[in-house]
Design a protein around this ligand. Structure first.
Ligand code: C2E
Ligand code: CA
Ligand code: CA
Ligand code: CA
Length: 275
């Protein structure tokens, strides 16, 4: 409702209205997307440099929007988190990722991104257990990627959930490492299986000596704590050579492959093994 009067407030109202309208529309669209199954998982290879082999894939959600086309996660995950819709979406992601992994070679892992909001859901552990059971994959093949944001609220409870998840046999990776404000302290609080070095550190590698030193420091520290390291966002051979030299165990990035559809995964892995 527009206000009459001297306030200049109403000049901004149409824009705000429009923003709020778009948000509401997107929330409605998201609900439809959940009901109609408009989401799709893409998969990006995780490659071990030390073993020189494919270790698995990270599942990355996409939204096949009826009019907007393929919508990337950064455009809808934040709203899904605000509205709580990330809970049903996240549950679908885990089930679908486990299902897809059940069609792959059984030495391949699947990594799934878990939003901090999901740690507030009543039965995250039970839901993940159900997804594993329904797919029939070994729990060790499921890797959960979490960011340090999960520690912002209720550290005790978060730790308890992480330990319960670990007890299921799943692996826990600390995603986007180095971007938070107190990354190091979290390494001390939980025995992560893997540390994913944020893409920003990899992108900077070509631009000078400090980048090398940071990669070396992270890999040395992680190894000392018994954690693996993976570098994200590897786009060229120069970055790869540096990462190899500085002791990084695994890589992920466009150099190997962009995220691909489940169908493309079969061709990429030469899967004659799909059940
Ligand atoms: P992330 O977990 O850090 O995922 C890596 C992102 O980097 C992906 O973007 C991937 O496509 C992109 N990437 C991979 N290699 C390269 C590279 O060499 N160069 C560049 N420039 N980018 C690369 P994507 O798929 O758009 O996902 C963005 C973010 O959305 C993810 O960041 C993750 O935080 C979130 N996300 C994706 N899928 C899910 C999901 O199922 N659940 C939740 N909660 N979040 C998700
Ligand atoms: Ca991730
Ligand atoms: Ca990441
Ligand atoms: Ca990221």
């Amino acid at each position: 409702a527009k206000r009459e009067g001297k306030s200049c407030y109403h000049f901004f109202e149409p824009a705000l209205d429009e923003q709020a309208r778009q948000r509401r529309q997107m929330e409605l669209d998201l609900r439809t997307a959940i009901n109609d199954g408009e989401f799709e998982l893409y998969f990006q290879p995780l490659y071990s440099l030390t073993e020189d082999r494919l270790k698995g894939f990270e599942a990355l959600i996409r939204w096949n929007h009826p009019t907007k086309g393929l919508v990337p996660p950064n455009d809808f995950i934040p709203l899904a988190e605000e509205t709580g819709l990330i809970l049903p979406i996240g549950e679908w992601v885990v089930r679908e990722a486990c299902h897809q992994a059940s069609l792959w070679d059984d030495d391949l892992a699947v990594a799934v991104n878990i939003s901090p909001k999901q740690f507030g859901s009543p039965d995250l552990v039970g839901k993940i257990l159900n997804a594993i059971a329904a797919s029939g994959i070994a729990p060790q093949r499921l890797e959960l990627e979490i960011t340090e944001n999960i520690f912002i609220t209720n550290v005790e409870k978060t730790m308890a959930i992480l330990h319960s998840l670990r007890d299921l046999g799943v692996r826990i990776a600390l995603d986007d490492f180095g971007t938070g404000y107190s990354s190091l302290s979290y390494l001390r609080s939980f025995p992560f299986d893997k540390v994913k070095i944020d893409r920003s550190f990899v992108t900077d590698l070509a631009s000078g000596e400090n980048g090398h030193a940071i990669i070396r420091a992270i890999t040395t520290l992680a190894e000392a704590l018994g954690m693996e390291t993976l570098a994200e966002g590897v786009e060229d051979e120069e970055q790869l050579a540096i990462l190899r030299r500085e002791g990084c165990r695994s890589i992920q990035g466009y150099l190997l492959s962009r995220p691909m559809t489940a169908e493309q995964v079969k061709a990429w892995t030469g899967a004659d093994n799909a059940a």
